[in-house]
Design a protein around this ligand. Structure first.
Ligand SMILES: Cc1ncc(COP(=O)(O)O)c(C=O)c1O
Length: 455
């Protein structure tokens, strides 16, 4: 066995290269424990991913049992029982709105495969010029060159722009900072109509798919579109034979208080990308689900979809997916996500009395807060303060991990945090989390320029 050289500095290539990271050694329920034994509420479930809660014996057992039985077999050559079962359970969870499932290893891969399925559908429908992908500014769809090109998060794109192909984006559905200067009462869904304009400009014969998160993830921290938005989007997609793909990597699997985010909006997507909570927080896995007509078009024509990855459909990950769906069901956790989300929202409302709290938004257990310098004008805080990063650091000192983000004001400024705890969180734990946030907000985080790196 190789003896660990503990005198040498860390060999990990971290996200923040010069930060001293806290090392988390253990986790149970909604709590993380560091190597010193300090306890932190995991108020964002990692990056809004650990849906079930930490340290569940049954989840650990299924991984061990499946690894002993069959850890790997290649999906191109064989199928396997956990793969068949997981696909069936996802389709059943959608009441068979979805009929076929393609497994991958995470959210980015799911988005990539979803866009490729759209391309393949159009190829097999004799419309080979339908290639272009339209998505929205202030979105995040993943980190590979494809998924980042479709993402509209300017900060995450900026370093890698030379690698990103020229796809286009329309304004976000972001009522708090409407790009059309409307109020929800006066709005006529201009942000949805922007899709029709974009399709016309690119040329309907060239547009393959419109990609959107049903509720915005970290790039707008829980912005929920106005009622009717996705119905209008669906109409526009149908009018121009453009497929509608929902990135439900964050919103899927109960996060919004329903199994899938699309269920809130009276539309069904043509392509559904899943990740994060699909493995409950226990295994890196993603999936793309499609209705029968999408699959049939490919099955009846070329009969082959030549994309995917070596680990796709592995029995280990698929066994975890099945167990995750069973666990959600047995413990009524989707309903709990809805109930606890409403309770959290209720508790957060008190924070409007704080001078910097501009907007509290979200759905289910995706609850974001946007901070501003001026509530009337919605002027964002000066980025030199790295306000949300410092706020998160203050929360951490007090025993709570929370995700933060910036760039919501057209990529230039903006400060947000997002609650997305495991669904098992209780009311007293929510009370404690909100209390920690209130205390952290009591600190003066604007007196000096920040030396905290943010993104
Ligand atoms: C909405 C959304 N789509 C896609 C992704 C990419 O998923 P992954 O990081 O698992 O590749 C993320 C990750 O944060 C996400 O929030």
């Amino acid at each position: 066995m190789i003896k660990i050289d503990s005198n040498h500095s860390s060999n990990v290539f971290h996200f923040f290269l010069n930060r001293d990271y806290i090392s988390i050694a253990d986790a149970k329920g909604v709590y993380l424990y560091d190597v010193q034994g300090n306890k932190y509420i995991d108020a964002s479930g990692g990056p809004i991913l650990c849906n079930l809660g930490h340290g569940i014996d049954e989840m650990a057992k299924i991984i061990g049992d499946q690894a002993k039985k069959l850890a790997y077999v290649h999906r191109i050559d064989f199928t396997n029982p956990p793969l068949e079962e997981a696909a069936k359970k996802i389709c059943m969870a959608s009441d068979y709105a979805m009929e076929k499932v393609f497994f991958v290893s995470g959210g980015t891969e799911a988005v990539e495969i979803g866009v490729k399925i759209a391309r393949k559908y159009h190829l097999d429908n004799c419309k080979p010029s339908k290639i272009h992908v339209i998505s929205r500014w202030q979105s995040y769809h993943g980190s590979t060159a494809g998924a980042l090109a479709w993402s509209g998060s300017t900060s995450r794109r900026s370093d890698f722009l030379p690698y990103l192909q020229n796809f286009t984006h329309i304004p976000p559905a972001y009522c708090y900072r409407c790009w059309f200067n409307k109020m929800p009462e006066t709005c006529n869904l201009e942000c949805a109509d922007a899709l029709e304009n974009e399709i016309m400009c690119i040329g309907p014969d060239n547009v393959s798919v419109f990609l959107a998160e049903p509720v915005s993830g970290m790039s707008l921290c829980g912005a929920v579109p106005k009622k009717g938005y996705f119905e209008r989007i669906r109409e526009i997609c149908d009018k121009f034979d453009v497929l509608l793909m929902f990135d439900e990597v964050m919103t899927g699997m109960g996060r919004t208080g329903k199994m899938f985010g699309y269920e809130h909006f009276n539309v069904v997507p043509d392509i559904l990308a899943l990740g994060k909570g699909l493995g409950g927080g226990y295994f890196p896995i993603g999936a793309v689900a499609v209705p029968e007509y999408i699959h049939k078009k490919i099955a009846d024509n070329s009969g082959m979809f030549g994309a995917g990855h070596s680990w796709g459909g592995n029995p280990l990950g698929c066994a975890v997916v099945s167990k995750t769906i069973d666990y959600l069901d047995e413990h009524n956790l989707v309903e709990q996500s809805n109930r606890m989300g409403e309770y959290l929202d209720h508790k957060l409302q008190d924070l409007y009395s704080h001078p910097l709290v501009g907007n509290i938004r979200g759905i289910g257990l995706m609850r974001g807060i946007e901070f501003v310098e001026n509530k009337e004008t919605k002027k964002p805080l000066d980025p030199k303060f790295s306000f949300s990063a410092r706020l998160a650091a203050e929360c951490l000192k007090r025993g709570m991990f929370i995700e933060y983000a910036g760039g919501c004001d057209r990529g230039q400024s903006g400060d947000m945090i997002m609650f997305g705890p495991p669904f098992i969180i209780t009311k007293p734990q929510i009370d404690k989390a909100v209390d920690i946030l209130r205390q952290a907000l009591g600190e003066d985080l604007l007196s000096t320029d920040s030396d905290v790196l943010t993104f």
